[in-house]
Design a protein around this ligand. Structure first.
Ligand SMILES: [Cu+2]
Length: 251
């Protein structure tokens, strides 16, 4: 019976996969980083991408070599060898994904836990309630003395932790600001929480990330005819000015 020496293939696959992994990371496909949490998310993502490249290299190389080596030659109509399992191999290929999934869960949980600024900065953070609906979002500022209710526009001060609580008036939506690396679902009859610290002044896209019905495509500030506007990150002075103007206009 033909066999395959796996170890050299695994080593070669690791090298090829590492090259693929580095290339994928260097493609820099991620949007600009505009929150204090973005770099951590991107680093973790890049690490996962690199490891995925290595796994891809090993799996594909072993598969291709096995396909070639164990292929049926012309006119060879014999049955394949009758295998009844290889216990050590099955233990290994169960254990490796198990460890990988645990590692992904551990590092992700750790980072997301660190990124939760709402608990750490409960005193100095800006609390905003988001209500999603078909097709848009309304923002109510919960901090004392602001008193802006159901603003169609999200304006936030730079370098201040923002704690969002998110609900929906109808179906499921999702509040997603790619530049902040933040996404949270809006679930009927439930309040969800998320937070971020915007680190860059400017305008950033808001996207609904759940297919929420007709009009979903317009719940994306990047498209023409969008029904949601971009989030505006401004200086504290400009924020105070916007609050005063918005309140004056409402009165
Ligand atoms: Cu939506």
């Amino acid at each position: 019976m033909k066999t395959l020496s796996v170890l050299p293939l695994v080593i070669l696959g690791t090298i090829v996969g590492a090259v693929i992994g580095v290339a994928l990371v260097m493609l820099e496909t991620l949007p600009e980083q505009a929150s204090a949490q973005a770099a951590g998310i991107d680093n973790l993502y890049s690490a996962f991408l690199f490891v995925s490249g290595i796994i891809f290299g090993i799996v594909v190389l072993v598969m291709l070599v096995a396909l070639f080596r164990f292929r049926a030659r012309p006119n060879d109509t014999r049955d394949g060898s009758n295998l009844h399992g290889v216990t050590w191999l099955e233990v290994v290929w169960t254990a490796i994904p198990f460890v990988l999934v645990l590692a992904v869960a551990f590092f992700s949980w750790n980072l997301l836990n660190d990124n939760d600024v709402s608990a750490a900065a409960a005193k100095d953070c800006q609390s905003i309630h988001i209500t999603g609906y078909q097709c848009g979002g309304k923002y109510t500022y919960l901090n004392d003395g602001i008193g802006i209710k159901d603003s169609p526009e999200l304006v936030v001060p730079v370098n201040v932790p923002i704690a969002f609580d998110i609900t929906t008036m109808d179906v499921m939506h999702s509040f997603w600001v790619p530049a902040w690396r933040l996404q949270m679902g809006a679930t009927p009859a439930q309040t969800n929480y998320t937070s971020a610290t915007p680190s860059k002044i400017g305008e950033f896209d808001i996207v609904c990330a759940f297919l929420c019905g007709v009009g979903h495509t317009q719940m994306n500030s990047a498209v023409e005819g969008a029904l949601v506007s971009k989030v505006r990150v401004v200086s504290q002075a400009d924020f105070d000015k916007w609050v005063a103007e918005t309140k004056a206009a409402a009165a």
